[in-house]
Design a protein around this ligand. Structure first.
Ligand SMILES: [Zn+2]
Length: 102
């Protein structure tokens, strides 16, 4: 089973919200955050364009523009789901995927 594509939609909404908040803060503080906005705009763009492989870590892709493959590990309940984790030191993303078994 492919990972939940809603993940990318939800992350897009979160990042767009954060972006709007940062823009509002900049208007209040008059601090130049242009570089941050460039990063955020790129992250939002990647959240809207998921990587072609379902096994690429979505957080590494969205936040750091890296294609790190998720690795399957033993889950708490292997008959119901598999756990896939990202081994990048600065990430820590994991997801549970339902197995085809009941
Ligand atoms: Zn990752």
């Amino acid at each position: 089973m492919a990972p939940d594509r809603n993940y990318f939609r939800d992350r897009t909404q979160q990042l767009e919200y954060r972006y709007k908040q940062a823009k509002a803060n900049q208007l209040e503080s008059k601090v130049d955050l242009r570089h941050d906005f460039t990063d955020m705009e790129a992250q939002i763009g990647r959240a809207k364009m998921p990587p072609s492989s379902p096994n690429v870590c979505p957080e590494c892709w969205i936040m750091r523009h890296r294609e790190v493959l998720l690795e399957p590990v033993a889950s708490d309940d292997p008959s119901r789901f598999d756990r896939w984790i990202c081994r990048a030191k600065d990430c820590g993303y994991s997801e549970d995927r339902r197995t085809g078994l009941k």
